[in-house]
Ligand binder design. Structure first.
Ligand code: FAD
Length: 384
């Protein structure tokens, strides 16, 4: 039968290989990944693993019928042939799922792999001073755990508020209190000039003594190995696919953090870097390969566990959308909704998971909401 190769054995690649086997791909399936580990889950790395509650997050999948090739890195691609660090492999069909790589700062650690999490954990001993660069999702989660482990924690953020790229300043501003309540020193509005041995030098000249420095300022598609191949990338390095996750090279598909797909729902191309997308696009790409594809266009969703709170976001709001409070920032749990032309485009929720589940369906269906009812947290979110 035809040879299938899935490159990258994170959540997207693992789901693709599994769904291809379950969906009846007739030939052999190889799942190749640069890391030594069998496919594992990343979200617990900055939560349970860092806290010391788990050492492994290996996916509980029966790999019978899939030829796993861990510790093998793809280095180039030409039609019908995948080049790797240990020789070339012919393919009839290929799925690219090489994920994303954190943006680095010389001298600082990043937190992306199991090895990263175990190494950082070993150094987060009580009393040590951890400096985190970036008050984003990873920064907030790492700060949370480091405080629980008894570290001193300082977070340096170039923007005026946490999560400035994702949320309006009003909401990011609220989160500064979460840092303070957890005993984390948050320094916003100042960049990092350099990381030196034992210290972080800030752009304003301040030198912060640091036992450990971790940078969490985003990730870029891990597609450098495709340079010179016929697979088209956007300027940020994301693989350009059509709405069924097909790349510009026939016989080659892509899924997960490395992809830019056209979303009719959002009216634009998107490079989503969240777990739910990795899972769903992995399954969708298999359907597309097997000829049973439909346009891939889910409502984007992610969660973050920070400072004892479950923070969830679904959909995608834009600058001009009407922002509506559902509950009050003074309450321990609240939700903020965004509406455009009376319809829900996105929501941010803190410890109100039921709002999120209902909102996902309302965004999916694109039905109008009654803003008065939607603003009342005691009334279930529903269509007008
Ligand atoms: P990846 O998980 O990056 O997997 C890609 C794999 O491909 C990697 O194993 C990589 O080594 C391999 N690879 C790369 N290049 C090559 C090559 N050339 N050859 C062979 N193999 C290669 N999302 C949420 O929604 N909620 C969360 O709470 C959350 N927490 C997170 C916490 C952490 C610490 C991290 C790092 C991410 C978190 N995410 C979270 C994001 C989520 O984990 C990712 O979106 C998801 O892992 C993406 O899956 P992927 O398979 O596309 O890519």
């Amino acid at each position: 039968g035809d040879q299938m190769i899935v490159v990258g054995s994170g959540m997207a690649g693992a789901q693709a290989a599994l769904a291809l086997r379950q969906g009846g791909w007739a030939g052999p399936i190889r799942l190749l990944g640069a890391e030594r580990e069998l496919p594992y889950d990343r979200p617990p790395l900055s939560k349970d693993v860092l806290l010391g509650q788990r050492d492994s997050t290996t996916l509980d999948i029966d790999w019978a019928g899939v030829d796993l090739m861990p510790g093998r890195r793809a280095t180039g691609l030409e039609p019908g042939l995948l080049h790797t660090d240990r020789g070339s492999l012919p393919y009839d069909a290929l799925v690219i799922a090489t994920g994303a790589k954190p943006v680095t700062l010389p001298g600082a650690r990043t937190l992306r792999t199991l090895d990263d999490a175990l190494a950082l954990r070993a150094s987060l001993r009580p009393g040590r001073h951890l400096v985190l660069v970036g008050a984003g999702w990873i920064g907030a989660e790492t700060a949370t755990v480091a405080r629980q482990l008894g570290c001193r924690v300082t977070v340096v953020e170039a923007a005026a508020t946490p999560l400035a790229g994702a949320l309006p300043a009003e909401l990011g501003g609220l989160m500064t209190q979460w840092y303070a309540d957890a005993g984390v020193e948050l320094r916003c509005g100042v960049g990092v000039a350099a990381v030196e041995p034992g210290a972080v030098l800030l752009a304003d000249g301040t030198e912060l003594a640091a036992d450990e420095v971790v940078v969490g300022i985003g990730a870029r598609p891990a597609t450098g190995w495709l340079a010179g191949s016929p697979v088209e990338l956007d300027r940020a390095g994301a693989i350009l696919t059509d709405d069924q996750l097909r790349t510009s090279l026939p016989g080659v598909w892509a899924a997960g953090d490395c992809v830019s797909y056209p979303s009719a729902r959002l009216g634009t191309r998107v490079n989503v870097q969240h777990w739910d997308h990795a899972l769903q696009s992995g399954r969708a790409v298999a359907a597309s390969v097997l000829g049973a594809g439909t346009p891939y266009d889910p409502v984007p969703y992610f969660w973050s566990e920070q400072f004892g709170r479950m923070v969830q976001y679904a959909g995608r709001h834009a600058g001009g959308d009407l922002m509506l409070w559902r509950g009050s920032a003074e309450d321990p749990a609240w939700t903020v909704l965004w509406l455009r032309d009376g319809r829900l485009t996105g929501l941010l929720s803190v410890d109100r998971p039921r709002d999120v589940n209902q909102a996902k369906k309302l965004i999916e269906r694109g039905v109008p909401l009654d803003p008065v009812a939607a603003a009342d947290p005691s009334v279930q979110l529903k269509a007008a």
